[in-house]
Design a protein around this ligand. Sequence first.
Ligand SMILES: Cc1ncc(COP(=O)(O)O)c(C=O)c1O
Length: 357
Amino acid sequence: MHKKLFIPGPTEVRDDILAAQAKPLIGHRMKAMTELYTGIINKIQDLLATKNFTFVLTASGTAIMEGAIRNCVQKDVLCCVNGAFSERWFKIAKACDKNADALSADWGKAIKPEMIEAKLKEKKYEAVAIVQNETSTTVRNPLAEIGDVIKKFPDVLLLVDTVSSLMGDKIDINTWGIDVCLTSSQKAFALPPGLAIGVVSDRALKKAESVTGRGHYCNFQDIKDYYDKKGQTPCTPAITLMYALDKQLDKIKTEGMDNRYKRHCAMAKEVQDWGKKYWSLFAEPGYESVTVTCMNNTRKINVADLNKELGNRGFAISNGYGKLKEQAFRIAHMGDLTLDEVKELLKNINEILKLEG
Ligand SMILES: Cc1ncc(COP(=O)(O)O)c(C=O)c1O
């Protein structure tokens, strides 16, 4: 039996989107590819209300995290760390031989704008790297306010992982001044895994010109040059996933970005209200994610057993991430899921655990 995915990626992909992948292939140097790819880029820019350089890489989102570091940082980068995925920024920067400093907050806590401001006053950084929606803790960092702080330091670039939020949460790339915004296809886009999407500001492209060791596969300038000349990608893309992406972008446009955001907020409220009633929420109040919610396992249930029983009923949720395993559990409410589907899941959990209605 298929288990409906309430896990924070991969998320549920609707049948028509899955079917869109099954069309005959085209050559990646054919005119049809240029039409498909340029169409996709225009649609993403339109939905995100930005003209910033946009590309789709055949890779998972982590590839653009590494690309952002390699293209935008010669030496000094401040990595905001408040969970497992933001820790990844720090590890990548180190692995790329950068001089990375971690600005840490406890798991469950948000990175506050004043914490970043204090660090930027202390030392000259080329970039600040942050995760907008920390999937491991389900904390949503206040990016609008953080963007305002970064603007006070005109040479500092803002690199933002929106892997588990873009196309679910409201992300204002232009207003917040996001220089590199990156995501993966298998989360709030509600697509299969395999594509990463990057949106890069002119400032970041300019900075990249002076950075050495930018690498090859995710070299922003090379990808842009190829796009400008041919309307294609430098290397062979996952063409069938592009078919699915193209169709999904049309469906998102039909729903409307505001409606999509509102649907995510309604699902988040449903899960968070339930979470507060029967458990407690792991995220600091006021900083809860709108795409995924982590509950503290205050009732000391066996999360793996719960998930097994849910599996028998056709649902899957997530255990706590890493060190939070069995101490917490997560329910994702992102992508194309509906409020009714979320209610159905919670009803089933209530039945299994004999929680009252
Ligand atoms: C916030 C965040 N960043 C990065 C990643 C890594 O994404 P990918 O596996 O697509 O490289 C994930 C995956 O769950 C994530 O949730």
